[in-house]
Design a protein around this ligand. Structure first.
Ligand code: C2E
Ligand code: MG
Ligand code: MG
Ligand code: MG
Length: 285
């Protein structure tokens, strides 16, 4: 094995014959059209307060069904949007839909936090603040009911600029959550300076915590959040035993398949109304 053989291997590689490249190229082009045509949907996954079981909010998750490839996961199309220059268009349609849905639920008596995932690129978009202000006034939404979820790595990329933008968002009254916590390389001192109100422990540490050492990471993160005065949410809670353990550990909020999978808007609406009615029956005023 020499450098020469390696070079030959690279020269022989023909991207047009690579099915993954074909898929990526096709998806990038189709994604742009799908965003413009309003084909990106939002599904909603509820979040509960552990101690009471009360549903306190939902997270909006983007969904795209491609005519040929079927459901394309956001873990695939969000990076594609970032690479192909359609991320800001995607972010705007997601924000617009999420705000409209929040307003619609408020009209039905459902007062729930709405969490929206924002990619690193969009965080650094000069239009972000103005757009958020515009949406808040267009839909007459209390900014305190909106949470923007940013991954740990995205707030660390251009850390100084991110710090500034997060502070401005905080000034608007919108809350910030650090998503997928534990998977990036945050500096803890930086994290303590950011205007963050919530930490979401990545599901890779939570879903198997009862049978692995990842419980130590969960415990440490709960402690860290408490010391920083931040809310802590565990994502990826898939069973009752994990739910109970998290309650013992003092975790505040949970999300995961055990509570509910993400649901299309109409299904989420019935689910949320049903949960609220059941609570009202159990707890007469
Ligand atoms: P995330 O924000 O960390 O969202 C949680 C992901 O975990 C979702 O996957 C959700 O369906 C899944 N999940 C929830 N509970 C469980 C569980 O109990 N077990 C397991 N195994 N998985 C669970 P999804 O919807 O495929 O989204 C993947 C990622 O794509 C999201 O991770 C987020 O980073 C990104 N994403 C989704 N929608 C958007 C969007 O509108 N904009 C941006 N920028 N990113 C988005
Ligand atoms: Mg998220
Ligand atoms: Mg996450
Ligand atoms: Mg994720």
């Amino acid at each position: 094995y020499t450098a020469k053989t390696e070079k030959t291997a690279i020269e022989r590689y023909d991207p047009a014959r690579d099915p993954n490249t074909t898929r990526r190229l096709r998806l990038s082009g189709d994604l742009r059209r799908a965003i413009a045509a309003g084909e990106i949907q939002l599904w909603y996954q509820p979040k509960a307060e552990l101690a009471t079981g009360r549903i306190i909010g939902v997270e909006a998750l983007a969904r795209w069904r491609h005519e040929r490839y079927g459901q394309v996961p956001p873990d695939e199309f969000v990076p594609l949007a970032e690479q192909s220059g359609s991320i800001s268009a995607l972010t705007w349609v997601v924000l617009e839909k999420a705000f409209a849905q929040k307003k619609d639920w408020e009209r039905q008596g459902l007062a729930l936090d709405m969490a929206v995932n924002i990619s690193a690129r969009s965080l650094l978009d000069a239009d972000l603040l103005g757009r958020l202000q515009g949406l808040l006034s267009e839909y007459e939404i209390d900014p305190g009911g909106i949470i923007l979820e940013l991954t740990e790595s995205s707030v660390m990329v251009d850390a100084e600029r991110a710090e500034e933008v997060l502070e401005q968002i905080h000034q608007l009254g919108i809350r910030i959550a650090v998503d997928d916590f534990g998977t990036g390389y945050s500096s803890l001192s930086r994290l303590s300076r950011l205007s963050v109100s919530e930490i979401k422990i990545d599901k890779s540490f939570v879903s198997n915590m009862l049978s692995s050492k990842t419980e130590a990471i969960v415990v440490a993160t709960i402690e860290l959040a408490r010391n920083l005065g931040q809310v802590v949410t565990a994502e990826g809670v898939e069973d009752r035993a994990t739910w109970d353990r998290l309650l013992d550990l003092g975790c505040e909020c949970v999300q995961g398949y055990y509570l509910s999978r993400p649901m299309p808007a109409a299904v989420a609406t019935s689910w949320l109304l049903d949960m609220t009615r059941r609570r009202a029956l159990r707890q007469p005023a």
